[in-house]
Design a protein around this ligand. Sequence first.
Ligand code: COA
Length: 224
Amino acid sequence: MFPSPFPSEVAFRCFSEEQYPTIELHPEEEQYLGPRTVEIRKKHFRLGRAAAHQAILDLTGKPAGPILTGKRREPIWPADLVGTISHSGAFACAAVAYKSFAVGIGYDIEFKKDTINQEISRLICHDDETAWVNSGSTVDEVDANLRTIFCAKESIFKAFYPIERVELAFKDVKLEWDQEQSAFRGRLLRNASQQHPEGHLFSVPCESSHGYVRSSLLLKRTLP
Ligand SMILES: CC(C)(COP(=O)(O)OP(=O)(O)OC[C@H]1O[C@@H](n2cnc3c(N)ncnc32)[C@H](O)[C@@H]1OP(=O)(O)O)[C@@H](O)C(=O)NCCC(=O)NCCS
């Protein structure tokens, strides 16, 4: 299973489809899945909620009530927590932390076998990001670079959105790959929240193994 990219103050759990038959959600969570929801979506939603509940239990020592969904599909966490969920292929992962430690967390996982259309490069990348994507020396490397930058931007969206409901677009951030750190250095090109104005810098570690790319962003609480 995937290792946590976060420090010990963040509880991180992954669930695989092998655990699927044992999962039971709160009835209110099940209600979110209407009768026409396709099976793969049901599986991902349930695995993600199961990972989130286990992470909350690890962090707080207590089971949580239902984790419902907000208007922009964001999970509604218990009042004193922040968190993130992602699912792809056979896995779903979730991370949670106390609000006293973090103001936002983002995590994203992408299964490499899911096709990624190189055309989306134009939509999600600035010119220098495209240059980095295309710097791969093989078609597979170019594909992996694009998937990695996409994955990083999804984590960024998930970490910032719940703070002040700012919907960052793909080109509202600029990323530069740091090979030594295996992370993107990120810079906001617009305000994402009062604490995270245009120009704010952050790091998005990325890993790739077992056919999955993962990215994470931890926005720690800073002293007022
Ligand atoms: C929201 C979004 C990032 C989800 O990513 P995804 O690749 O579709 O799917 P993932 O499995 O990784 O993540 C899905 C989970 O993200 C979480 N999520 C959804 N919307 C969210 C939001 N607004 N804020 C925080 N988390 C959100 C949910 O927990 C969801 O799972 P669930 O529906 O089972 O609860 C994506 O659908 C999206 O809207 N992207 C466009 C915006 C964007 O990425 N901009 C880039 C800014 S730099």
